[in-house]
Design a binder for this molecule. Structure first.
Ligand SMILES: O=C(O)c1ccccc1NCC(=O)[C@H](O)[C@H](O)COP(=O)(O)O
Length: 211
């Protein structure tokens, strides 16, 4: 099976349509208010409605309360919840049970121990994990990468994504080093912060398809 790709932080119909047309398996919508990719609930509803059933719609949350989750889930625009804050294993399990939605926990990686701790704490609870760079001013979407060799040869007991600083130019090497079955990108397909480039989306997905 091929490598799955997720294009994160989509905010326009054109960018959503491009991600779908060029072969994304997942698209991501950001709910974090301080992000340049943040969407209103109505925009999320409208963008989510454009996405065919073959493509998973991921909602990005940072330490969400139940009211925020309920509001965004009521749009019908989300298939998978990505938790990108400091959610404890207990909170992650509670969100999964309460919403009935599959959950992906993002693990911020600066050193090998972060991967080990993340797997130990969350792998038994979640549907997926994401390994993302710890460095940056936002909780995610910082265009920074971590030392991919931390993941070399590491078996992860649940499906997982590699994220952090990926671009059309480095994604092949990142997959080669880490063995990632799925990759996620936001900044690396933007022409400026928060503005997606149709050509970079196409280039990234073409590179992933070629792997
Ligand atoms: O993208 C954001 O603005 C964001 C804000 C708050 C929490 C998470 C966020 N993004 C999470 C993602 O899944 C990003 O795609 C991931 O961190 C990789 O980002 P990048 O290094 O920019 O490709």
């Amino acid at each position: 099976m091929g490598i799955e790709a997720k294009i994160c932080g989509l905010s326009t119909p054109e960018a959503v349509d491009a991600a779908v047309a060029f072969g994304a398996r997942w698209v991501g919508f950001v709910t974090y208010p301080r992000s340049p990719r943040h969407l209103s609930t109505e925009t999320m509803r409208a963008l989510g409605a454009r996405v065919p059933g073959s493509v998973g719609r991921v909602g990005l949350f940072v330490d969400p309360d139940d009211a925020l989750l309920d509001e965004k889930l009521a749009t019908g625009a989300l298939d998978l919840l990505q938790l990108h804050g400091s959610e404890t294993p207990e909170r992650v399990a509670a969100i999964r049970q309460r919403t009935g939605k599959p959950v992906m926990k993002a693990i911020k990686v600066a050193q090998a121990a972060d991967v080990e701790r993340g797997i130990a704490a969350y792998a038994g609870i979640v549907d997926r994990l994401m390994f993302d760079a710890a460095e940056g001013t936002l909780p995610g979407g910082n265009a920074t990468s971590f030392d991919w060799t931390i993941l070399s040869g590491r078996t992860v007991p649940v499906p997982w994504f590699l994220a952090g600083g990926l671009t059309p130019d480095n994604v092949a090497e990142a997959v080669r080093v880490t063995g990632a079955p799925a990759v996620d990108v936001s900044s690396g397909v933007e022409s400026s912060r928060g503005v997606k480039s149709i050509e970079l989306i196409r280039a990234f997905l073409d590179r992933v398809k070629a792997l």
